[in-house]
Design a protein around this ligand. Structure first.
Ligand code: SAM
Length: 273
């Protein structure tokens, strides 16, 4: 059997695994219970990526790795920087894609020549986080903007960064209220290029017991998942146009959440189709 058909056979095996996991209600319930228990211990805050705290469930970062490798964006836009870990994660994946391209082309590798970049926005970039991002070896791939993700002047800066980039991926991870995320979806989803993703983090808030978000402005009925549902309804019932001029359509990519099972973001992986 050729290497190609062996690869295909393995890919088919994985696809069937994922489909069967997705149908397994008990596995899904246990995964959800695991996520809830982990939140009580702030589990997602315990990890770093290349030295910076990334406030993500590790399985979700594994999904990011697969998405960036598959879509090969030349721009990643992120809302919500915090300690900078997710920015560094995206920057590191873009750097690896650069490196692999250079190896495949057999040419020299100049890390600063690439157009692949990540731009992030946060309303409050704390001085120690800014200093750590500024001194990170991947700094040349990162732009960090301070301001509200929905402020017009921030959007102007993001739009300037997006000019000339035609493979764009978006991660939304700032204020998790319904209204804010819905506004972010309206503003940022049109940047996403065909076949790429808008990932809305922390949609799982909708599935938590009410007491788990008692000290937060978001909670059941008012969170990233309700915003995604409303945005997807709007896309279906009303027209929206992407920045590339084409009609904007997204599908829920359930393959990802059925693959990783443990995720902070069910219904949060939106693929532009
Ligand atoms: C969950 S953290 C981001 C975590 C980061 N993406 C990571 O994975 O490490 C949320 C961040 O959103 C920021 N934030 C809150 N409201 C915001 C807004 N209106 N615009 C931009 N950022 C905001 C907070 O300051 C906080 O740093």
């Amino acid at each position: 059997m050729s290497a190609r058909s062996q690869d295909q056979q393995f890919a088919d095996f994985v696809r069937r695994n994922i489909e069967s996991a997705g149908r397994d209600e008990d596995f899904r319930r246990q995964s959800q219970a695991w996520v809830q228990a982990s939140i009580r211990h702030n589990y997602a805050q315990n990890f770093t990526w290349l030295g910076r705290p990334a406030i993500q469930v590790p399985q979700d970062l594994y999904a990011v790795q697969e998405l960036i490798w598959a879509c090969r964006p030349d721009l990643v836009i992120e809302t919500g920087i915090a300690h900078g870990g997710s920015l560094v994660m995206s920057a590191s994946m873009l750097a690896l894609v650069d490196y692999c391209d250079a190896v495949a082309a057999g040419g020299p590798f100049d890390p600063r020549a690439s157009r692949r970049k990540v731009v992030g926005v946060d309303i409050d970039i704390r001085p120690h986080n800014k200093a750590a991002i500024d001194s990170h070896p991947l700094r040349h791939k990162i732009t960090a903007i301070q301001g509200s993700s929905v402020a017009p002047e921030v959007l102007d800066q993001i739009a300037r960064h997006a000019d000339g980039h035609d493979r764009v991926m978006v991660f939304l991870d700032s204020n998790h209220t319904h209204d804010h995320v819905l506004q972010e979806l309206e503003l940022y989803a049109p940047f996403v290029s065909q076949g790429s993703y808008c990932v809305v983090w922390d949609t799982g808030v909708e599935d938590l017991p009410a007491d788990m978000c008692a000290d937060r402005p978001w909670g059941k009925g008012d969170n990233p998942k309700t915003a995604v549902w409303e945005y997807m309804r709007r896309l279906k019932d009303e027209d929206r146009t992407a920045r590339d001029g084409a009609a904007l359509r997204f599908d829920y990519d359930y393959t990802i959440e059925h693959k990783i099972m443990i995720t902070a973001s069910p219904d949060g992986f939106l693929k532009r189709v």
